[in-house]
Each structure stands twice: as C-alpha cells, then as structure tokens.
Design a protein around this ligand. Structure first.
Ligand SMILES: Nc1ncnc2c1ncn2[C@@H]1O[C@H](COP(=O)(O)OP(=O)(O)O)[C@@H](O)[C@H]1O
Ligand SMILES: N[C@@H](CCC(=O)OP(=O)(O)O)C(=O)O
Length: 360
C-alpha cells in the first residue's frame, strides 16, 4: 500500500445497515471517527456515501405494488435527509463541517458541470470541509443512472486527481470464490499483468447493494489504470481506516499504473459521457495513432454528429465506424462543421486532451 494524501472513500449501503435493514448507527459513528482521524492527520478526504434508499426504506413503509421507480425516488429523497443529518450530527460533534453534493451522470458528461463540481469540491477541501457525495436518485432513472456508487466514486477520484480510492463494503475484498465458502481465499493484490480476477466474481450482491462486486472490480481496475491505488476493504471491520494508515489492512489492493497526464484521466472515463461523434479519414487515423504526438485537425475529419460546445467530450471513429478514442472539443460543433475538411485550421482536439483506446 502506498502513502495517501488525497483519498476518496466510498461507503456501501450494507456497511451502514444491519442485516434487518435498520441503520447501523454504531458502525456509522465508528467510521466517522476514523475519517476524522484521517482529516486531522492532514489528508484530504472526499466521502461518497450510499444509504439514502436504505435509510428511507426503513422509515417509510410503501405499498408492495407501488411502481419500483416511485419507491426508489420516495425512499431516496426521504432517506437522504436522514442520512446526511446523521452525518451532520456525528461530524458536528467532532467540529467537522460537512457539505452535501448530489450528482447525476450528466454532471460528468458536461464539461461546465464537471468543472463547477470539481472547483466546488476543491474549494470545500481547501476550507477543511468534508464533501459527502451521493447520486441524485430522484432525477436519475434507468439509463441516466450510474451503475452504482462505485462508478460515481471512481469518477470522483479521477476528477479530483485522488491518489487513493477506497471502496468499503461488507467483505474483506475480492475472494477466489463465494466469500462465505471456506475454500475461498482473499486476493490481496491485483497487478496490471494479472489474469482476469473477474472470473472469480459471482453476480451475488449484499442485501442492500446495487452493483455488486463486479462493478467494484471494473471500476477499481479502471482507476488503477489511471494511476490511482484502489483498496476494497471491509467497512464493517473495526479500525478499518486505522489499519489502512498503519498499512496492516486486510484487503484487496490494486496496484496503480504509472500516472498519466491529468486531463486524460477525465477523458478515459468519458466512454459513456461524450456529446458528439467525429469520423476521421485514414490519414488522420494514422497520424493520431502513430508514435508522433499530434492533435486532430479539421482537414482529416469527414463527419461530425451531435450538438456540442467547447470543452465537451467527443468520440472519435475511423471510417469503418471503429472507435479510436476520445477527445475534448476545442470549439463548438457549429464552427467545427464550417471548418470540416479545411486545411490550416485550429485543431478540433488538442493532443493534451486526446485519449486513444489501447485495443483499437
Ligand atoms: N468473488 C467475490 N469476492 C467478494 N465478494 C463477492 C464475490 N462475488 C460476489 N461477491 C459479493 O459482492 C458483495 C459486495 O457488493 P455490493 O453488494 O454491491 O456491496 P456494496 O453495497 O458495498 O456496494 C459481497 O457482499 C459478496 O456477496
Ligand atoms: N444512491 C443510492 C446508492 C446506490 C448504490 O450504489 O448502493 P451501493 O451498491 O450500496 O453502493 C443510495 O444512497 O441509496
């Protein structure tokens, strides 16, 4: 495990709930005390906390046959108040200010929203305030949803250039089989060249979780590839964060890759967040994928789709429709269309904001 200065800690619903579904306030308080310990030790912490639906469900009974979307919205919107109030009470008693940030996938897609969010979190951290993030479950339904808060946490870690992402769940990490099977062993370290650890993971989820271990693995892998160390650990374990500090924590640790250019971290996560699509000709494709560093010029662009603004993410395809990479638009779709195919024009995507997929 590496030293950490800026970390995103994600707490899963089941960590904050007992097996009967009631909030586990002792556990929550214990984690709050430990998070406070990290902050007092000079670390910058951003908390991503699930639990709104679980907190709402236990206090607001709803008819069985009510539309599941309404149920989720009602429980999330009522439960979030309880959840954040509880944090306020626990952190308040330690004189720690907190902030509530509710986000949607769209906020990571839109460069303006993204920057506003990033700047806000940085300003809060600067003032010693702990940001507590959750998905805005009232407006995010079906395709607008994050897979789960593991995805939200990993996007947040990339956004604020965190060095560490910690996913706290109800097991010690990834096991070689079902964690309750005595023959299963904990995978303590995941390195870049390792065969697919995902084969070990079954679709089982904890009673109150959404995404399961597979999203945790996928998101952990992605974050580690972006240079962020990832720890999947048991949030139900006493002293879990103290053990992290003393590097004696039983967990699954993902070794971070060598750090890449910071803006590219944001882009690497952009696969689902692009606003426009650009098709490039064979010459432009060769130029972008060659070993020489090059930006994407309008002369090599043959098609532009979507209505995008300066700063939005664009997906780049070759003429066969194969996805080559992602980039940040230097200008909007209107001037881009006017300049398409023209020589001597400003690059639509600057190299610093160009992220090429490895496999294509
Ligand atoms: N190979 C595996 N190793 C560890 N956990 C696994 C594995 N396969 C499936 N799981 C399940 O994943 C669950 C954790 O994911 P999830 O329910 O989404 O938690 P959270 O609510 O913390 O996000 C564990 O409780 C466990 O049942
Ligand atoms: N936004 C939801 C969290 C959904 C979710 O991702 O839960 P989990 O898999 O427990 O992290 C809530 O607060 O209930």
């Amino acid at each position: 495990m590496l030293e950490s200065k800026v970390l995103v800690i994600k707490i899963g619903s089941n960590v904050l709930t007992q097996s009967n579904g009631l909030p586990d306030l002792d556990r929550m308080k214990h984690l709050v005390n430990q998070i406070q310990g990290l902050i007092s030790a000079g670390k910058k912490v951003v908390l991503v906390s699930s639990g709104a639906v679980a907190f709402g469900r236990q206090s607001i009974p709803l008819p069985e046959k009510l539309n599941p979307v309404f149920k989720k919205q009602i429980w999330a919107s009522t439960g979030q108040i309880r959840l954040i109030n509880q944090y306020q009470q626990f952190f308040g008693s330690l004189n720690q200010h907190i902030a509530q940030i509710l986000v949607t996938k769209e906020d990571f897609r839109d460069r303006k929203h993204f920057l506003n969010m990033k700047n806000c979190i940085e300003a809060l951290l600067q003032q010693g305030i702990l940001p507590i993030i959750n998905e805005n479950d009232t407006v995010t339904i079906t395709e607008l949803m994050f897979t789960d808060n593991d995805e939200l946490a990993s996007l947040t870690a990339a956004m604020i250039n965190a060095d560490t992402l910690m996913l706290l769940t109800n097991v010690d990490g990834i096991y070689t089989g079902n964690p309750s099977d005595p023959g299963s062993e904990l995978v303590e370290k995941v390195v870049f060249s390792m065969p697919e650890v995902s084969n070990y993971i079954s679709a089982t989820k904890s009673s109150f979780g959404r995404g399961g271990m597979l999203t945790k693995y996928t998101m952990a892998k992605k974050s580690a590839d972006l240079g962020i160390q990832v720890i999947i650990a048991n949030g139900k374990r006493d002293g879990v964060l103290d053990e992290f500090t003393t590097k004696s924590l039983r967990c699954t640790w993902f070794e971070p890759q060598k750090v890449k250019h910071a803006p590219k971290k944001w882009l690497a996560h952009g696969a689902q967040y692009y606003k426009g699509e650009i098709t490039v000709n064979a010459g432009a494709k060769n130029s972008l994928t060659s070993s020489v560093i090059r930006s994407l010029l309008p002369v090599g662009i043959t098609k532009i789709e979507g209505d995008f603004s300066k700063g939005d993410i664009l997906l780049i395809r070759d003429e066969n429709g194969i996805k080559i990479g992602l980039g940040r638009a230097e200008y909007a779709s209107k001037p881009a269309l006017e300049r398409m195919g023209e020589k001597n024009q400003k690059p639509l995507i600057h190299y610093d904001y160009l992220y090429l997929f490895d496999h294509e």
